[in-house]
Design a protein around this ligand. Structure first.
Ligand SMILES: [Zn+2]
Ligand SMILES: [Zn+2]
Length: 259
């Protein structure tokens, strides 16, 4: 059987923590490591993925739900962290001592082993937050969570992906009637907050091409959303039996998807 170009497995997703395993060829990375290190290792092993084979942790931004174990895993497995300068400065205290820091700039693609990473700026209340595409062979996947608005730049980068791992944070009605204080509701809804189910669906429909085979809904709020609603909004918007849609969960790793 032909080996896949790219594989992806969500390890954790949501405001409690985020991490995605991505591999292509002989290279495996984590995009974010915002959970306890022990639990991320346990979840990788549960999916027959080896943390010993990781080549890097790539960090999207400095919020704790994205970097909690980044420094720990870097030290434990002697692997570099990849992040941009402003994120590094903002995250330094939380990361602890890290020997291997590789700085990159949004807008400039780079390689980690056999993977090509193309990071792009997103609108979120962090120092210099980013989304990215990852390519290997003919396969391309896009990762965009923690964004208040899907800008033209985001749309350009996500066009043509085989898989989109995209934030569907909240249902606007559940957010409005939910327990968050007013200022937090405003933050979530703002241009530097998080995408709603409907905004995620509009983004995916805008950037889809016939190459799109999978959509993973990520960073769902446990207070202001429910998986069934998020799935329903995306599935109805896509209206295609050829695109698999699933939800990345906070409490369990997802399925390993091969592209
Ligand atoms: Zn987050
Ligand atoms: Zn964030």
């Amino acid at each position: 059987m032909k080996s896949p170009c790219l594989s992806i497995c969500p390890l954790a997703s949501g405001s409690r923590g985020n991490s995605v395993f991505v591999s292509g060829g002989t290279t495996s990375i984590l995009v974010d490591a915002g959970f306890s290190g022990v639990e991320l290792e346990r979840r990788m092993r549960a999916k027959a993925l080896s943390p010993d084979n990781l080549s890097a942790v790539v960090v999207t931004h400095e919020h704790t739900d994205h970097i909690q174990a980044a420094g720990i895993l870097s030290r434990r497995y002697n692997i570099p962290l990849y992040l941009n300068l402003k994120t590094h400065l903002a995250a330094e205290a939380k990361l602890g001592k890290v020997d291997q820091v590789n700085l990159f700039a949004c807008g400039t693609r780079f390689e980690i082993g056999e993977l090509t990473i193309n990071p792009f700026s997103i609108s979120h209340d962090a120092a210099d937050p980013l989304g990215m595409t990852v390519e290997h062979g003919s396969a391309k996947l896009g990762i965009a969570t923690d964004l208040g608005i899907a800008t033209n730049l985001v749309r350009q980068h996500l066009r043509g992906c085989n898989l989109l791992y995209v934030e569907a944070n909240h249902d606007p009605h559940l957010l409005n009637i939910g327990p968050y204080p007013w200022y937090l509701k405003q933050r979530v809804k703002s241009r530097r907050g998080h995408l709603s189910n409907q905004e995620a669906a509009a983004l995916v429909c805008d950037v889809r091409t016939p190459a799109l085979a999978h959509v993973i809904l990520a960073h769902l709020s446990e207070q202001n959303n429910c998986p069934e609603k998020a799935l329903q909004v995306m599935t109805e918007a896509l209206d295609s039996p050829h695109i698999g849609v699933e939800v990345a969960r906070p409490d369990l790793p997802g399925a390993l998807i091969d592209l």
